[in-house]
Design a protein around this ligand. Structure first.
Ligand code: MG
Length: 420
């Protein structure tokens, strides 16, 4: 086992940790700023990058006074400039290049990578190349380019701290409370990792019923309050599949040593099993401010603002195997992770296209795994009908967006076949 990066070195001298928050208007980004508000003396915000909600980004800029803002396109940037209050005049950057510039900025110590989907890769990779501490909430970065990010961290001395609650739980189990016990070389005493899954809103329902589910039903997550994309991924269990690939890149274990167990209460956030049979788990209420605060303060623990877990009130915990037939995305992701190369890129692109189409009311819920499977099959068969890039293996970081784009073209064709 070799962790994806070394652990961050303590900052020379005192002073606040300087943050760039990419995806500050999303669910994770807003929680990051909540944790920062609880201990303003510890942090300074140097840059904020938002998605579509320019009103919120302007309000965040007025509150935190970052030197740089980033909007996703020119039109949004224009709107943002008009919304900024008098006296607040940060540099406004645009698009993934802008996010990269914000992440690379010399004054930034830590980059919070919390954009949704493949769009988060550019900012994460820029942070990995510039030696930053990366609080990683964008799992797609590792799914698409885990090897490239690992290599960039080794070259630059960048560190990755996982925000995703399952990986953060494992990280806590391995690192110990002061962060010093983390094994960075060799497999150590670790036998396997067990990621917990809530099972999503359709747990235990017959497949014939869930195949016809509507977006409003799929968006109702039983325990976590999250953005639309990750909520749908939780309903299909693709989220857990992507997390298997993420864990493989973070912790360096083969896919075969990564298990998934359904745990409806979402209180045990994941577990590490050791060679003597010991299982270490991290428990807490399902509140993203806990893993976020662990990363922001690492190796110190901060006030997260989350309530304590009341075990007696909870009473009992339940565990069961995932229903792999009802939720085929889990096996599709495991298989793509095992094959590696371009398969995880195709898996993710096809899934993003299918989820967008489902949310727009264009395809039934049951079509999502079928679209993903058809795209993976076409890629595996070397069919280059989308374009030549659809057959390539992304051996360089530059080849990843090309394969991602080609897989989306292919997936959109599949969506047309399933359009209802
Ligand atoms: Mg998660």
């Amino acid at each position: 086992m070799r962790y994806i990066s070394g652990l961050p070195r303590p900052k020379a001298g005192k002073g606040p940790r300087v943050l760039a928050v990419l995806g500050s208007t999303g669910s994770i980004g807003r929680s990051v700023l909540e944790v920062v508000r609880l201990q303003p003396q510890r942090f300074r915000i140097a840059a904020l990058a938002g998605g579509r909600n320019m009103e919120l980004l302007a309000a965040q800029a007025a509150e935190f006074k970052p030197a740089r803002l980033c909007a996703q396109d020119e039109q949004s940037a224009e709107r943002l400039r008009r919304l900024l209050p008098r006296g607040v005049r940060p540099t406004v950057l645009v698009g993934s290049e802008g996010c990269g510039e914000a992440a690379r900025s010399a004054e930034v110590d830590m980059v919070v990578s919390a954009q949704s989907g493949a769009a988060g890769l550019h900012g994460t990779y820029a942070a990995a190349c510039s030696g930053k501490i990366i609080a990683l909430a964008n799992k797609e970065s590792l799914v698409l380019a885990g090897r490239h990010i690992r290599e960039a961290c080794a070259r630059s001395g960048a560190s990755v701290l996982p925000v995703d609650s399952e990986h953060n739980a494992v990280f806590q189990c391995l690192a110990g409370s002061d962060g010093r016990a983390f094994p960075t070389e060799g497999r150590g005493y670790l036998r396997r990792l067990i990621l917990t899954a809530s099972g999503g809103p359709f747990f235990g329902r017959p497949k014939e019923e869930t195949d016809k589910a509507r977006p409003d039903q799929a968006l109702k997550h039983p325990t976590w309050n999250m953005g639309a994309k990750v909520s749908i991924d939780s309903a299909t269990l693709m989220n857990k599949g992507l997390e298997l690939i993420e864990a493989h890149h973070l912790f360096g274990l083969p896919m075969a040593d990564l298990e998934v167990v359904v745990h409806r209460e979402s209180v045990v956030h994941s577990l590490a099993e050791f060679t003597d049979g010991s299982l270490l788990a991290q428990l807490g209420v399902p509140d993203m401010r806990i893993p976020i605060s662990y990363c922001l303060g690492f190796p110190e623990r901060l006030n997260s603002g989350a309530p304590a877990l009341d075990l007696v009130a909870l009473g009992s915990l339940h565990f069961s195997p995932p229903d792999r037939l009802a939720f085929p995305c889990l096996d599709l992701a495991r298989s793509a992770g095992e094959k590696d190369g371009g398969y995880p890129v195709v898996l993710n692109a096809a899934n993003e296209v299918a989820v967008d189409a489902f949310l727009a009311g264009g395809i039934p819920f049951g079509a999502i795994p079928r679209i993903v499977e058809h795209c993976l099959d076409a890629y595996g068969a070397g069919r280059t009908d989308a374009c030549d890039a659809f057959s390539c293996a992304p051996d360089t970081i530059e080849a990843v967006p090309a394969l991602d784009a080609a897989a989306r073209v292919r997936a959109r064709r599949e969506v047309e076949l399933f359009t209802c």
